[in-house]
Ligand binder design. Structure first.
Ligand code: CAA
Ligand code: NAD
Length: 302
């Protein structure tokens, strides 16, 4: 690519739409708003949007207290100014029609994601960049739901939980995505205060390819009754320097999301060495104990 023209090919990202107001979507909305992007947060119900709004409010208070310690007026001003960049909506088509970048952060299910992107492809401008925050699904397969032209503007943009605190974003390059889109996403990532790494479209990319097997093995230690939940977490925190133990982390990620990841890989035969399922994970999810977000998982948060 010629030096003189490359900057002309970059897209000026002004309006961002994030679809899904859960743990991840709300975090992505927050960091985009903090970087002064106009951002629309979409979900299907008022209750889900309210949940996302609460997550953002709590987290912004935390950021504000750190940024402007002992100055409540400045904290309030920072929160109010940041929230001015955020719009809540259930109208996907209206938001998509004015978006330069759409980041999807809905349930980890290939059919649901494909259905959403097929709908978005019809209503978003031709040059809108599409991204999925999927943890484990092939980005190329999600993009199959869109036109050939869009596939050049479709990538994985994988943030980490909690988004405001975790400094990494994995940019997943499919075979089709253009270099310009990659550069735009690297630039966006930098502007929202994150460091990006580039990776191919492989199961779990870099982080989850390594992290998920480790967390699943921790659950299997519990299945085999080899140690207690608290002792597994203490061991990995104090013996391996992890900020959270693997079971505490699973609760933090969401046990439904953990199970979607593992079951999806099993169904698609994604890994050379398949992960064994965990009885305790299956049991907790069946009971509706999904971790921190539902109030109970390996631990009780009520
Ligand atoms: N909003 C804003 N800021 C937050 C925050 C939030 N929700 N949570 C933490 N922070 C900030 C704090 O303000 C603090 O900032 P400074 O260091 O600048 O003061 C910093 O993060 C550390 O927080 P604390 O000191 O309060 O607490 P901690 O030291 O216990 O850290 C943690 C909290 C950052 C969550 C830490 O426990 C941690 O790193 N845990 C592991 C998280 C992890 O592994 N995430 C990846 C999950 S896997 C994934 O996301 C991929 C997937 O696809 C499933
Ligand atoms: P979550 O359960 O907290 O939130 C998902 C949200 O999506 C819910 O508010 C739900 O109402 C909404 N939703 C579902 N279907 C929708 C649709 N068709 N249209 C609009 N909204 C819809 O989930 P999460 O933890 O935020 O995960 C979202 C995505 O991010 C998943 O793909 C997950 O694998 C990925 N991810 C999760 C983590 C994590 O630690 N939880 C980390 C990185 C990536």
């Amino acid at each position: 690519r010629g030096f003189s023209t490359s900057s002309l090919l970059l897209k000026d990202i002004k309006h961002v739409t994030v679809i899904g107001a859960g743990l991840m979507g709300s975090g992505i909305v927050q960091v985009a708003a903090q970087a002064k992007y106009n951002v629309t947060m979409i979900d299907t119900t008022d209750a889900a949007l309210e949940n996302g709004k609460n997550i953002i409010s709590k987290s912004l208070k935390r950021v504000a207290r750190k940024k402007f310690a002992d100055d409540e007026a400045k904290q309030k001003q920072f929160i109010d100014e940041t929230l001015q960049y955020v719009t809540l909506s259930k109208d996907i088509e209206e938001a998509a029609a004015k978006s330069d970048l759409i980041v999807e952060a809905i349930v980890e299910n290939i059919d649901v994601k494909q259905k959403l992107f097929a709908q978005l492809d019809k209503v978003a401008p031709k040059d809108t960049i599409f991204c999925s925050n999927t943890s484990s699904l092939p980005v190329t397969q999600i993009a199959e739901a869109t036109s050939d032209a869009r596939k050049e503007r479709f990538a994985g943009l994988h943030f980490f939980n909690p988004v405001p605190a975790m400094k990494l974003v994995e940019i997943v390059r499919t075979e089709k995505v253009s270099d310009e889109v990659y550069t735009d996403l690297a630039d966006f990532t930098k502007k929202v205060g994150k460091t990006s790494v580039s990776c191919k479209d492989t199961p779990g990319f870099i982080v989850n390819r390594l992290l998920v097997p480790y967390m699943m093995e921790a659950m299997r230690v519990i299945d085999r009754e080899e140690a207690s939940i608290a002792d597994v977490d203490t061991a990995m925190k104090l013996g391996a320097g992890m900020p959270m133990g693997p079971l505490e982390l699973a609760d933090f990620v969401g046990l439904d999301t953990m199970k979607f990841i593992v079951d999806g890989w099993e169904k698609a035969g994604s890994l050379d060495t398949p992960l064994k399922e965990s009885q305790i994970l299956n049991k907790l999810v069946k009971e509706g104990n999904l971790g921190r977000k539902s109030g109970k998982g390996f631990y009780d948060y009520s």
